[in-house]
Design a protein around this ligand. Structure first.
Ligand code: GLY
Length: 483
C-alpha cells in the first residue's frame, strides 16, 4: 500500500467518524470575548486532557476532554493544548499528527491543522512546541495564565514547561483567567441550553427505565445497567457514577450490591452527558414494590413541599443561599409535623439542627460538568467577594452555590431527608440540638434510608424554566409508573 492509498483510506474512514462540534463562529466568538475582556496581558495556556490508563498503559478510561478546552476550542481529542497570545491575538493549537500505529489501533482523524481550522484556528504546531513557546515567553518576562490543573499528568507537563516544582505551578494559576472563564461559561447560551435539554431528556428516559425495572429481589446493579443501556442507546454516557441505592441516606454511595426488598425505597441519582458533553443531573426516590409505606409517604411529601417552595423562589437577583435556607425551614416544618423535630422551625434552622436530616446543599451549577466548573474553584463559581462560602459550618460547607442568581444560570434543586444512624448516635450522645430533635421518635426511623428529589432549571429573565420534559415526581405519579 503506497502513501496515497493510505491517505485515501484515512479520508474514507474519517468520512464515517463524527467530530461533534458547534459551528466555527461559536468558538471564534467565545475566544473573541475572552481576548476582549482580558486585554493585553501575556499568554493564556489552556490544556486539553490526554488518555488516562486504567491498569496498564493501553487500557484507558473513556476519554473525557477538559471542559474549558472544549468550550473555547471544541476539539474532543486527546493530547492537544492551546495558547492565546493576548498581546498579539495569535492563537495556536499544539498537537501531534497520528502515527501509523495510532491509526492501525485506534483509527484515524483529520490532521491537527484540519481540526484546528474547524474551530477557526489557522496556526498549529507539534505538541513539543509548547515548551519552546512558553520558555521564550518566560525569558521575555511575559505573564503566563493557566487554569488550576486537576490531573497529575497535566501538572507534570506544566512543571516541565514552566520549569518549576508542582507547588510553584500555583504561581501561574490566574484568578483573572478563572474569573473570565467562569463569567462566560456560567451564562448558558440558547445553543447550550438546547444541548442541556437533550441531556436532561436522555437522563429522564434513563430514570424512567430504572423506575420501571425496579422490583423486589433484584440487585441495585441491575438498575445501574438500565441507566447505562439508555444512555448508550442515545449516544451518551453517564456524567458521573450512578447513585442507585436502597441506602439513600448515604449521599454519594457507589455500592450496587444490595438486594432490593419490598417495603424499602430506591434513591436513583443519575445524569446523562450527551455527545456535546452537556449534562443532566436528576434524582427520584421510589418504592421497591408498587407503593410507598405511610411513613415514606409522609417524609416524601415533606421533601417535595420543600422542593416546590424552593423552585418558586428561583429568579434573578435572589441569593441561592437564601433559597437553600428557605427550603431548610420548609423541611424543618414538615419534620416537626411528622414528630421528628420540635421547637420553632426557623430557630432550628438558624441553630443548624435541620442538618441532622439535610446535611448537604440544595443544589449546584450544572453545565458541561455535573458540578459545573468546580475545577476552577467553588468560591469563585458559587460565591462572590461579598458572599463568601461558610466552609466551617456543617451543612453550609456543602452548599456549592450561594450567590445571586442571574438569567442564563443552569442549576439543580435537590432537597432531601437522610436518616443516618451514625449521626443520630453521635449527636444524641452529645445531646446536640436536643431542643429541636425528637431523638426518641427519630430512633424508630433508623432504617428509613433517604429521600432526594432533583430537577434541573434554567434561570430566565423573570424566573425559571424546568429543563427537559416533565419527569413524574408526586407520590401518585411515581406509584402510577410502577402499576
Ligand atoms: N448528582 C451527583 C452530584 O451532584 O454529585
Amino acid at each position: 500500500m503506497g502513501l496515497s492509498d493510505f491517505t485515501d483510506l484515512r479520508t474514507t474512514i474519517f468520512a464515517c467518524m463524527e467530530l461533534n462540534l458547534f459551528e466555527t463562529q461559536v468558538y471564534t466568538g467565545r475566544r473573541q470575548v475572552l481576548k476582549q475582556n482580558f486585554g493585553n496581558d501575556g499568554l493564556i495556556l489552556l490544556l486539553g486532557n490526554e488518555d488516562s490508563s486504567m491498569n496498564y498503559k493501553d487500557n484507558t478510561y473513556l476519554f473525557r476532554q477538559d471542559s474549558s478546552f472544549l468550550y473555547y476550542f471544541g476539539l474532543d481529542v486527546p493530547m492537544l493544548a492551546a495558547i492565546i497570545d493576548t498581546d498579539t491575538g495569535e492563537e495556536v493549537i499544539f498537537g501531534n499528527e497520528l502515527t501509523i500505529d495510532d491509526i492501525v489501533w485506534t483509527g484515524t482523524l483529520p490532521t491537527v491543522s484540519e481540526m484546528a481550522s474547524m474551530v477557526g484556528i489557522s496556526k498549529t504546531r507539534p505538541y513539543a512546541g509548547i515548551f519552546h513557546y512558553v520558555h521564550k515567553a518566560l525569558t521575555e518576562g511575559r505573564k503566563i495564565h493557566i487554569l488550576p490543573p486537576y490531573r497529575p499528568e497535566n501538572k507534570i507537563k506544566l512543571a516541565a514547561w514552566l520549569n518549576c516544582s508542582w507547588d510553584d505551578i500555583q504561581d501561574y494559576v490566574s484568578k483573572k483567567l478563572i474569573m473570565q472563564v467562569i463569567s462566560q461559561r456560567v451564562i448558558k447560551t440558547p445553543l447550550e441550553v438546547a444541548e442541556m435539554e437533550k441531556a436532561v431528556n436522555i437522563s429522564i428516559d434513563m430514570m424512567l427505565s430504572v423506575i420501571k425495572h425496579t422490583r423486589p429481589g433484584i440487585k441495585e446493579y441491575e438498575l445501574v445497567a438500565k441507566a447505562h443501556e439508555v444512555a448508550a442507546a442515545n449516544n451518551a454516557r453517564l456524567g458521573y457514577p450512578a447513585i442507585i441505592t436502597t441506602h439513600g441516606q448515604t449521599l454519594h454511595t457507589h455500592y450496587y450490591g444490595n438486594t432490593l426488598q419490598e417495603g424499602r425505597m430506591v434513591l436513583s441519582d443519575i445524569g446523562a452527558e450527551n455527545n456535546m458533553h452537556y449534562g443532566g443531573d436528576l434524582t427520584r426516590t421510589f418504592p421497591v414494590g408498587k407503593q410507598f409505606t405511610e411513613r415514606q409517604k409522609e417524609l416524601y411529601n415533606v421533601v417535595l413541599t420543600a422542593m416546590d417552595h424552593a423552585i418558586g423562589l428561583l429568579k434573578p437577583g435572589t441569593r441561592y443561599r437564601d433559597i437553600h435556607l428557605a427550603a431548610c425551614t420548609k423541611l424543618a416544618e414538615g419534620l416537626k409535623a411528622a414528630g421528628l423535630m420540635k421547637g420553632d422551625p426557623a430557630e432550628a434552622v438558624e441553630a443548624g439542627a435541620h442538618t441532622m436530616f439535610f446535611q448537604c446543599g440544595l443544589g449546584h451549577m450544572l453545565g458541561m460538568d455535573t458540578h459545573d466548573m468546580e475545577d476552577l474553584g467553588e468560591p469563585y463559581v458559587g460565591y462572590t467577594e461579598t458572599l463568601k462560602k461558610e466552609s466551617s459550618i456543617f451543612g453550609l460547607k456543602s452548599l456549592r452555590l450561594g450567590r445571586e442568581l442571574q438569567a442564563g444560570f443552569v442549576l439543580t434543586v435537590e432537597p432531601g431527608i437522610y436518616i443516618i444512624p451514625e449521626l443520630i448516635d453521635r449527636w444524641q450522645a452529645e445531646k446536640k440540638y436536643a431542643d429541636f430533635i425528637n431523638y426518641n421518635k427519630l430512633n424508630t426511623y433508623r432504617d428509613f434510608g433517604g429521600i432526594r428529589i432533583e430537577d434541573n432549571f434554567l434561570i430566565t429573565g423573570t424566573g425559571y424554566q424546568l429543563l427537559g420534559k416533565y419527569l413524574p415526581k408526586s407520590l401518585e405519579e411515581i406509584e402510577n409508573l410502577k402499576n
